[in-house]
Design a protein around this ligand. Sequence first.
Ligand SMILES: Cc1cc2nc3c(=O)[nH]c(=O)nc-3n(C[C@H](O)[C@H](O)[C@H](O)COP(=O)(O)OP(=O)(O)OC[C@H]3O[C@@H](n4cnc5c(N)ncnc54)[C@H](O)[C@@H]3O)c2cc1C
Length: 460
Amino acid sequence: MLAAELRLHDVRVLVLEEKTEPASAVRIVGLHIRSLELMAMRGLLDRILPHGRKRPAGAYFAAIPKPAPEGLDSRYAYLLGIPQPVIERLLEEHATELGAQVRRGCAVTGLAQDDEGVTVELADGEQLRSRYLVGCDGGRSTVRKLLGVGFPGEPARTESLMGEMEVGVPQEEIAATVAEIRETQQRFWLRPAGVGVYSVLVPAVGVSDRTEPPTLEDFKQQLRAVAGTDFGVHSPRWLSRFGDATRLAERYRVGRVLLAGDAAHIHPPIGGQGLNLGVQDAINLGWKLAARIRGWAPETLLDTYQAERRPVAEEVLDNTRAQTELLSTEPGAQAVRRLFTALMEFDEVNRHLLEKITAIGVRYDFGAGPELLGRRLPDLDVKQGNLYGLLHRGRGLLLDRTERLTVGGWSDRVDYLADPTAALDVACVLLRPDGHVAWIGDDQRELDDNLSRWFGEPAR
Ligand SMILES: Cc1cc2nc3c(=O)[nH]c(=O)nc-3n(C[C@H](O)[C@H](O)[C@H](O)COP(=O)(O)OP(=O)(O)OC[C@H]3O[C@@H](n4cnc5c(N)ncnc54)[C@H](O)[C@@H]3O)c2cc1C
């Protein structure tokens, strides 16, 4: 996602990926509302939709079965179920079509930075030079460790095995046993995941070697422990192991090196937010880093990445901590879960939680101002179609209902749309390339100050 964002601004990008083949572990529940909006903003949604399944937006907070509140303020108010390898492939295709280079089988093992750039060392000793480096290298990030950036938080309390495989017993036999176990064991499932293939989740209790990938035998043992039978599982498609560690990088940037995605934050998968959060990091960072490289970034723009995104991650970590407690089978936690379930009957409570999980409630701190300042603008109808259709190129946009203002010397970075009919109850909004509202008003001088604040000096 980040590579594609940078390419929109003609920045040369090289993606270094340690693995020689794309990952096959399915993992994610799907894309939540804000990520779907971002995909629509970049013209990617039409490419993604045929590969996913639309599901209702609600019922993702601690798996409490409450439907989403009515009237969500989004054109994309659903969850798109889509396997992680598919979304990764589609994003890679998008980035390479835009001109990003991807080199597989290249593990970063060292880095050094100076005033002009970063030198990266690969496992085979090759050295590469770039102006900036972004560590999008996952929870065990080598880049983060090489920077010496702390990753404080809580270690995993529980670990689970997850995989896809075939089973040797009839479906009816499975269904009855599984339903019975699910009543007491939250971290267990055995459910169809395609023709003849089942997805399996079991606790990893006693599977001690964390450095080695789990084996089919590990799954069989755990199934026997939980269900009294291993269901004759065989022919695994992929097997993986994950924990519920919760950690946040102390800094997102050290000089010319930045962190994004799981390299900056990890948390339990409950609520299905990790990949979504990383995609949103990328959309926040892309245009800022590009602006820096193209030479028009205001001095502090790159620092706003951490200032804006770290608090969002902090909140996600907290909501996954809360959800983890609500999933405990302890009597106290179960009582809190019942109370929570009752509270979610209140529309405002339900809405608040859904806005957290789906990230449509994110508000960046741009200083004092109207409620909309710092928030995303939904995909409004505008006279040229829909608003997000005008944001595909990753540029700023002035939406002007007064038809009096101008983006003047910033027109190489910011588009202008005069539309008195736009469904807004304010005169004008300035949108950043990530779709967040950077300014609201009707005064040209104030607008110019804000254009400078976000988009640097005007062209002469
Ligand atoms: C069981 C499970 C379910 C989940 N469900 C959801 C969900 O429903 N929704 C959701 O949003 N998220 C979910 N997540 C979280 C999601 O999978 C992660 O947040 C996401 O994969 C993070 O993406 P990333 O690109 O930051 O890191 P990763 O996916 O970890 O990718 C990092 C990449 O960097 C490469 N790499 C690592 N080190 C190096 C190096 N030194 N040199 C070069 N390359 C390197 C790795 O090979 C890897 O390809 C789930 C996670 C788990 C475990």
